[in-house]
Structures are given as C-alpha cells and as structure tokens.
Design a protein around this ligand. Sequence first.
Ligand code: FHN
Length: 582
Amino acid sequence: MDELWGDAKVSSESTHPGLQWFTEDKYAMFIHWGLYSEMAGVWKGKTYYGIGEWLMHMAEIPVEEYKAYARNFNPDQFDATQLVRLAKAAGMKTIVVTSKHHDGFAMFDSKASEFTVTKATPYQGDLMRELADACQEEGLRFGFYYSQNKDWTEPYATSYKGERPVGYTPADFERYFNQKVVPQVTELLTNYGPIAMIWFDTPGGMDKAYSAKLVELVQSYQPNCLVNSRIGGGYGHYVSLGDMHIPPVRPDYEVWETVDTTNDSWSYAWYDQNWKSPKTICEHLVRVLARGGSYMLNVGPKGDGSLPAKVVETLTVSGDWVRSHSEAIYGTEASPFDQGFSWGDITQKGNHLYLHIFDWPESGLLRLADLGTQVTAASLLHDSSTVVFSQEGSILEVMLGEVSGRDLPIVPVVKLQLKAPAKVENHATQVDGFSTVKLLAEMADVEACEITERRWMEKFGEWKHDYFVDQWNSLESLASWDLNVLEAGDYSISLEYSCEPEAANSEWVLSLGDNSLTFITYESGFDSNNSFHRGPPRQRNHSMSLGVLTIPESGLQTLKLIPRNLLGAGIGVKAITLTPFH
Ligand code: FHN
C-alpha cells in the first residue's frame, strides 16, 4: 500500500459501465474549493507556502478557530454556469469538485454535520447543487471529490497533526465513518442527480473494510458511478497515479489517470503565480493520452468564487487548441509506441496517427521507424493542408520544413493516414540522427540494481518526483536501454546522476557493442532542506559530459551501463542523453 495514495491495483472488473465514457472523454476539470480558498494561504497575517487546502495543518490552526472562520466564507462572485462553460470551452467533459476536503467542511447541505456551507457561513446556499445543476444544463458530467479518511475537524478521524485523541480506539474511527462518511456519501449519491464519479483521496492506513463499504454504497445508489483507486484497499475502477505524475513509459494499468494542476497549489493561494502555459497544458494532456491515460486538470477558485484571471486565460487558449484538434484527443488510443519522442508524441484512432509536435525539429525533418504499415497520406490537422512525406523500408520521413513558415497552432498536429492500424513490434527508443534523445531511469532494464522513485516537496504538499537507477549491489549489476538507431554516427553522451559521498570516485563503463566510454563520478552533494522535509536529505543531481560514442551501424542495439568498481551503493542514474555530434 502506498502510504499516501493507496494501492494502485484495482480489483473491480474493467467492465464497469462508467469506464466507457471515462476512456472516451479523456479530459476533466478538477476543482479544489473550500474554506481554505478564502484564507488563500494566509493565517493571522502570515503566508504559509504550500498547497492551500492544507493551511489548517501548516499553520496548526486550532479546530474551533478554523470552524469559526466559516463566518468569512461568502462566495458571492460564484457563477456556476460561467465555471462550467469555461470547462466546456477548455475541452473538458467532466467536472470533479471537492465536496469535503481534509478539513471536514462540507460544500453542500448535509444533515450529518453542522460544519457546512449551508449552516456555518453567511452564504447559506448549497454550492454543490449549483454546480450539479449547471453541469446538467450544459451537458457536462459531474463528480465529487470526498476525503474519506482524513477529517481534521472531527475528533475521531485523524487530526491534522496525524494524532489521535487520548484513549482513541478503532471503534472511534468507526463512529466517525458511520456517522459522517456514510451519511454524507449517501447524500452526495442521492441529492444531486447522476454522479459520474466519486474521487476519494489519501486512504492512508484506513482499514480495507471501509473502502469495501464505500464501493458497495456507491454501487447500491448509483451503479454507473466510478470510484478511483484512492478509495484504498486495492478497490476502485481505475488507477489514479500520484499527483502530477506523467509517466514517460506506458504503465501496466489498463485504465488510469493523471491529476495535475494549473499552477502549484491545488486550492487558491494568493502568491502562487507559477501558471502552466497553454502549450504546457496541451503537452501534458497529450503526453498522458499518448501513454493510454486520462487527464484531469485542477483549478482553484478564490474564496469569493471567482477564478484567477490566468486560469481563465490559459484554459481558454489551450481549449481553443483542444477543440480544434478534438479528432486527435477524444476517443483516441495510446500511441503505438510505449514512450514519447523528443519532438512530441502520438495518439491514434483506427487507421490514423496524430503526431503532436511540441518542439519543432531543427532539421525540419521528422523520422519515425517501424510503423508496420504503409502511410498513404499526411496533412496538418488544423487546416488539412498536405504535408510531404516519404517512406522507405521501415523508415517514414515527414518534411516539416515545408510547412514551418505557415501560421501554426500552439501544437501543430500532423495526421497520418495509414493502410492499416499501426503495428509496432519494437518499443526501443528511436535515435533518429537529428534529435537529442534522453534515456530516463524509468526506461531502463535493470539487473542487480533497482529503479527507485524519490519524492520530495519544494513547498509543502507540492509533490515532485524523479526516478533513479540505484542500489547497485555487485560488479554484475547492469542497467541497459534498448535503442533503435536510425542513423549510425557519433553521439555526445551526457549523464545526469546523484552520488553520495561513499560512491565518490567510483568508476563506470557505458558501452554499445565494442565501443565504450569509461568515467569516474564525484560527490554531487545534497539539496538544502526545508522545514517540512521528512526522510533522508535529498541528493542533488549533477550533469556530466561523458564524451563521444560512436555508433557504427543502424539497427537495434543496447546501451549498457556497468560499475567498474563498487563503492557504497553506487550512483543514482537519472538520465543519459545522446546528442548527434555534428
Ligand atoms: O492531500 C491531498 C491534496 O490536498 C490534494 O487534494 C491532492 C489532489 O490529488 N490529493 C492529496 C494529496 O495527494
């Protein structure tokens, strides 16, 4: 069990009726909105940097003071229809909103609690009803986020400090669960029309039986309603990956999603201006779809219900792109390749491939191997203009230079018409002879070493992660990357790695066939920690140029990294980069 997000296994059969729309629609809006949005990251004049909805925890606000703050929550600028229309304009098909986050405050009318928007605030209206009605009206699906395990204002759930009251027994949690969670989830399932999904979160160590009970509850009232894997206990109809995790290699899960946010915090925080650009939003959406997932992008309205201007702007611009490229988004399947490319990524539908170009190749040429079928036409999706291409043997070349002068969308998409659906037999990383190729730890095959995830927070709760090949435990340890080399030649190689003091001066060999580069590493140091960092200090990464490696012939080959001597647990390899040496 992942202590934060629950088991990423789903036991329910994948024939749940909701999975059809889920896998077809691809793109949803997530909304984090509550009492904390009015606080905006500030308590008693002090700003707490981190995810805004955790302010109660960060500022250690006493329960009674937090509850009393509800008197300040009056979202009189909230316009549910406007918000739903923005989601629609952004190309999103579903809205999932925080009905109750970890602070326990219900954004709906609930008989099971006094701490609700209807009873504890001057606003008194049921915000969830307004949104549910607007979604119904505008033809969007509607779902609820519900924090089932954490409830910081209830004495018998876990407190925000992670503590239990003196004399606490498991029966106390059961009381909280039966007196608040069950009735509230029932209210959500019975008072707001058809519910597309209930998005549960942070099951932590919650007993599996509670997760099972919630699944049953949802099933009994709304059999079409989906439940995500963060319900815990291995339940759920599909897998929610860790926050903001966009996997570079296709994951093993059949149905999964990535949740991401428009800036850094989930809920509104006054200082957080780290907005994703419209192009980044489109890129994240495509990268997720290309690996076979669905994408849910969060917005954080302010306490008065209005949205930060940048959210409206970025969603409107990215939405124009999504809607004008809808053919390459909705109802598509994952790329036939397990991983993306340095120039962009691919979605497919039937006999069509859609090449989404994030970084225009300097060569003006895009090379792709092993589609396993013939390409019969190529055009730009937004204006149907023809794109010149050639296909010889297994290699397709698309002449982008021809179209580069034209007025192009933020992410140009080349539509390929194929004779039959693409059939890719080989998923090795393609080295096309033009582009810089980054081989990540997640893409490696390993023997006698491990691929480990390192997670950290820069501001509180804003999880970041990287993968490393580490724990080299013998001189037989090996990390390797399969390459499909389309052009033989010289490549400059660089290495991004971390190195603890014990592994300093360790020697390594990177080889491909008979050619190799031998190098020595040095200590990369540690990043300074912030006050909330738990666990061992975070190692810093270092980038080092290893030299020029000759790849004498094209075709399938394997790049191998082995230790020459073993010091400590060896280095942590984050990435190896190959750049054509011209
Ligand atoms: O603790 C929450 C956090 O506040 C936020 O709701 C995210 C969204 O995925 N989920 C939890 C952390 O993963």
